[in-house]
Design a protein around this ligand. Structure first.
Ligand SMILES: NC(=O)c1ccc[n+]([C@@H]2O[C@H](COP(=O)([O-])OP(=O)(O)OC[C@H]3O[C@@H](n4cnc5c(N)ncnc54)[C@H](OP(=O)(O)O)[C@@H]3O)[C@@H](O)[C@H]2O)c1
Length: 302
C-alpha cells in the first residue's frame, strides 16, 4: 500500500511495516510522483485547502486522514468512496491546556499586567479567581472532557452541554437556562451547520455581566459582530483562539478591546502534537494491515 505522510518521523514509523511504501508530502514542496498510487493520504497539518484538493487527482485513494480534529474545511473535498478520518484525541492535551490558560489569563488579568509591564506601571487591584466560578463547557467530546480534567483542582463548578443529554451532561435544549448561570463558557463544539453562528446576540445576552466567553472551537461558531457589541460595551469578556475571519485582519476592532485576549489558532499546534499524531498514524496502519476498523471515521466506510 502506498502512503503519503507529511513528516519524516511518520514516514519512519510507516516504513517499519513491510506492507507499506511511503512518500513524504509536507504540503509546501511539490507533491511526490506517486499521486496515482496513493491509497492512504495523511494530509499535511495547517497547510490550507491546497493539499486537500490533490485528493481529486488520486484515483486509488481509499483513506484520507486529517491531522486536525475539525474537518469542516476538508469534508467537501473528499471524493466519493473515500473514507475520511479525523485526528480526534490528538489535540486534546494541547487544546485543553490552552483553554485553561486563556481562562486563567483572562480572569486574573494577565494581559493587563503585560501592558502595565511595558510602561513600568505597578497596578494591582482585585481580580476574579477561577475558584468558585461556574464554568459551562459547550461541547463535551474529546476536547471538552480534556478541559474538564484540567479544571479539576481549581475549585470551580463545571457544567456540561452536548448535542445529546446523558448522565451528567445536559442536552442542547437546556443551554438557554445554563447560560444565565455561567461565569465562564468554553466552546469546544465542531463546526457544523447546526453550530455555525450558534453564539449570537441572543446567546450572549443570556450571559450574566462580566461573563467570559472562551472559543477554542472554530471562529464561525461565534457571530463576530454580535460578540463585538458585547465586548466593546464592556459587558462581556472574551478569549479567542479562533476567530472569524482567520487570520483576524489588523484593523478588526477585537484587537483593541482590552477585555479580549486573542491567540492565533494555536490550540493544537504545540510540542504535544507530533508524538500524538504519530501514535494515531501508527495505530491506523496497524489496523489497516490486520483488517480492523479504522479509528475516528467521520465519513465513508473503509
Ligand atoms: N483551537 C484548536 O486548535 C482546536 C484543536 C482541536 C479541536 N478544535 C475544535 O474542537 C472541535 C471539537 O473537537 P473534539 O475532538 O472534542 O470533537 P468531538 O469529540 O466530536 O466532540 C464534539 C462535542 O460537541 C458536541 N456538539 C456537536 N454539535 C453540538 C451542538 N449543536 N450543540 C451542542 N453540542 C454539540 C458533541 O455532542 P455529543 O457528545 O452529544 O455528540 C460533542 O460533545 C473540533 O471539531 C475542532 O473544530 C480546535
Amino acid at each position: 500500500m502506498r502512503v503519503w505522510v507529511p513528516y519524516v518521523e511518520m514516514a519512519d514509523l510507516a516504513r517499519a511495516r513491510p506492507d507499506v511504501e511511503v512518500d513524504v508530502y509536507d504540503g509546501v514542496s511539490g507533491p511526490p510522483q506517486s499521486l496515482d498510487q496513493v491509497e492512504l493520504y495523511v494530509l499535511p497539518y495547517l497547510q490550507g485547502r491546497g493539499p486537500a484538493r490533490l485528493m481529486a487527482a488520486m484515483p486509488r485513494l481509499r483513506v484520507a486522514q486529517t491531522l486536525t480534529a475539525g474537518v469542516d474545511d476538508v469534508l467537501p473535498l473528499v471524493p466519493d468512496g473515500v473514507t475520511l478520518c479525523n485526528a480526534r484525541g490528538v489535540h486534546d492535551a494541547s487544546t485543553a491546556e490552552l483553554a485553561v490558560a486563556l481562562v486563567l489569563a483572562s480572569l486574573r488579568g494577565i494581559p493587563d499586567f503585560v501592558r502595565d509591564g511595558a510602561l513600568g506601571r505597578w497596578h494591582g487591584d482585585r481580580r476574579d479567581s477561577l475558584a468558585d466560578r461556574r464554568v459551562l463547557l459547550v461541547g463535551y467530546g474529546s476536547v471538552g472532557a480534556a478541559v474538564e480534567r484540567r479544571l479539576e483542582g481549581f475549585e470551580c463548578d463545571v457544567r456540561r452541554v452536548a448535542r445529546r443529554a446523558r448522565d451528567g451532561v445536559h442536552g442542547f435544549a437546556d443551554l438557554p437556562h445554563l447560560l444565565t448561570e455561567a461565569d465562564v463558557v468554553v466552546l469546544t463544539v465542531p463546526m457544523t451547520e447546526e453550530t455555525r453562528g450558534m453564539v449570537d446576540a441572543r446567546f450572549l445576552a443570556a450571559l450574566p455581566d462580566d461573563a467570559l466567553l472562551v472559543n477554542v472551537a472554530r471562529g464561525p461558531v461565534v457571530r463576530t459582530d454580535d460578540l463585538l457589541a458585547e465586548v466593546t460595551s464592556g459587558r462581556l469578556r472574551a478569549a479567542l483562539d479562533v476567530t472569524d475571519p482567520e487570520p483576524l485582519p489588523e484593523q478588526n476592532p477585537l484587537w483593541s478591546c482590552p477585555n479580549v485576549l486573542i491567540s492565533p489558532h494555536v490550540g493544537g499546534n504545540t510540542s504535544a502534537f507530533l508524538p500524538r499524531a504519530c501514535r494515531l498514524i501508527e495505530e491506523q496502519l496497524r489496523r489497516i494491515s490486520v483488517g480492523e476498523p479504522l479509528l475516528n471515521v467521520v465519513s465513508g466506510a473503509y
